[in-house]
Write a protein that binds this ligand. Structure first.
Ligand code: CU
Length: 328
């Protein structure tokens, strides 16, 4: 860390000199700062074996291309916010459309579409054509604006971890922006109340339990959806980083109950504001409950047996859930 910082300071000093002399500072100065930032990120997250590490230095969803795989939409702009078919391909290291995938959460590919202000979330499952083109109906219900599209998938070849690639989609029209609702531990959707127990803590695997009730009664007959009783997506406000979340247990494992509580582990890289989207199925209908959650900074005491403030010793450390071997 020391050396890059020093070098950068030195480089900036030099650039300032040059800028004063030749007036070219603007064109050359920017690269110095990003490279220092990059060094910091790498140092902060790389534990050594970066080939095997499931958590990459860069959060998912921020890149359109990664490890040779690229998200290629057939269009990047639409004339109006009406339900439409969105088509795209995933190209592989050979440049050709990928047609073979490894199923994750019951599907070959998950498509998430949300406006950049985090409104209008939809989670759909496109159909793959023989030519490698994926197509999905999307509704764009938040109206005009710039949307983020995420493709979450695992290529079948190689032993690749699941990738989440992201790209923008501009929808023309009168733009409105919805302020994000405040941090809350309860929300309602279609007559269901969903409460959130647990807090996000930056840099650790945080246990979250979402409890579903209807008419004041706990729902105890949730139906499996995507091989779980719930599917949770978390996005960071500001850049829409797509975060790693996995359920604790699955239907049919002999211990996971069909509600009212659905437990997850979420890993958020930084303090900040996140939007959580829980898809759950009851009586044949999939609904999405949304929460705004604020992540606290990582606790400073490194030797502490980290506590989420809950007497939950089963999963007191960040390592345990990973060892449990969720396949994605
Ligand atoms: Cu999905």
């Amino acid at each position: 860390m020391k050396t890059p910082t020093k070098l950068t300071a030195y480089a900036v000093g030099l650039l300032a000199l040059f800028a004063g002399a030749a007036g070219v500072g603007k064109a050359v100065a920017p690269p110095a700062a990003p490279s220092a930032e990059h060094a910091e990120m790498t140092a902060g997250h790389d534990d050594g074996g970066h080939d095997a590490a499931p958590v990459a230095a860069v959060p998912k969803g921020l890149q359109v291309s990664q490890d040779g795989y690229t998200l290629v939409p057939t269009t990047t702009s639409l004339a109006a916010a009406t339900p439409t078919t969105y088509a795209f391909r995933i190209t592989g290291p050979d440049g050709k459309p990928v047609t073979k995938y490894t199923r994750t959460h019951d599907k070959d590919l998950h498509l998430i579409v949300v406006r950049r202000d985090l409104a209008g979330f939809e989670h759909v499952h496109p159909t793959l054509g023989a030519d490698g083109t994926w197509r999905a109906r999307i509704s764009l219900k938040a109206g005009a604006g710039t949307y983020r599209v995420f493709a979450d998938f695992a290529p079948a070849t190689g032993d690749k971890d699941a990738l989440t690639l992201g790209t923008d989609l501009v929808v023309a029209g009168q733009q409105a922006s919805t302020p994000l609702p405040k941090h809350a531990h309860s929300t309602t959707v279609d007559g269901y109340t969903v409460t959130l127990d647990g807090e996000l803590v930056a840099g650790t695997s945080s246990a979250l339990t979402l409890n579903v009730s209807k008419g004041g009664r706990p729902v105890t007959d949730l139906q499996p959806y995507l091989a779980a009783y719930g599917h949770l997506v978390a996005l960071r406000q500001g850049d829409l980083a797509y975060l790693h979340v996995h359920p604790d247990g699955e239907p049919g494992d002999g211990k996971t109950k069909p509600g009212p509580g659905i437990k997850f582990y979420a890993e958020v890289p930084t303090a900040g504001t996140y939007r959580l989207y829980l898809d759950f199925q009851h009586q044949g209908v999939v609904r999405t409950a949304e929460f705004t959650a604020t992540a606290e900074a990582t606790k400073v005491d490194p030797a502490a047996e980290h506590g989420t403030g809950k007497p939950d010793d089963d999963h007191g450390t960040s390592e345990k859930p990973e060892e449990a071997g969720h396949g994605h």
